[in-house]
Design a protein around this ligand. Sequence first.
Ligand SMILES: [Zn+2]
Length: 327
Amino acid sequence: MQTRLLVTAVLLAALAVGAHAQAPVGTTPAQLVAAAKRAAGTDHAGTFLRICVAPDNQNATPRRPPSVRAVPDRATWYSRPYKVFDNLYFVGTQIHSAWALTTSAGIIVIDTLFDYAVEPEIVDGLTTLGLDPKDIKYVLISHAHGDHDQGAAMLQSRYGAKVVMGAADWESTLQRPASAPGGVPKRDIAVGPDGLKITLGRTTVDVIATPGHTPGTLSYLFPVKDGNRTLTVAYSGGTAFNFPRLADNFAVYRDSAKKMAAAASAAGATIVMSNHTEFDRAWDRARIAQLPRAAGEKHPYEIGPQAVQHYFEIMRDCAEAQRLSMN
Ligand SMILES: [Zn+2]
């Protein structure tokens, strides 16, 4: 009898948890992967594949972000710049995202690509778009891997932009030799666990500490304008599992995914962005955004609040599946 009562209590507790939209659906790795697969659909297939189907750190020698000086063939990465929202411009490559968020008091650059791409994509891209790189006031680095941060030192030294990074990622960055590709930025704004808000003119970026991909990974919430509508972007700052394969690391990553899901929900985010085009199809969406839209047709980046939640559910469930599979 007591056992039956206990089972009932557990079932009721499970139902109560299940009623919450953001609760995990399964309790085994296979169930969690199945839930993540459902959440991914085809909207978020790239993210699902990278962290649930083929996690980078599953093998003894995980795939590391390359930090080579050799410049790949330009045709394999170069992208024209695109105006994607009225106040947001894609200045990334075919592979990695960099964005210019324009405000009434200057430009906020989000992520800065490999060193070889910063001049042709960010500097020349802004100029092509009719913007002035001298107006860059802040450079937000989602995390300290070369594919996102090698342009930071140049934007800081040439234009006086303030570089914003997670405190833990500043520590690793400042240990690099001066000869590191792109150089080493000087420490400007270090973001701790509580995050902070960066306000420039009338625009505020909510900077959220989401450790996991790296210890200092940052994610963001910020507004974009689409005609007379203002939409909220949830920008996920780190995705792949190329950190040491330890249960604690997956737990930290999982908890950050939950934190970001809650923040995105509270802010009413209907757009999710990441910093690799494989995760949010930024290069595709940027090009599709150039085409005319029918009356009432949504922006190609606007996927709605539920699909934004799905994105963070995938991150949460794939991390939890890996954590559980280690026990
Ligand atoms: Zn990375």
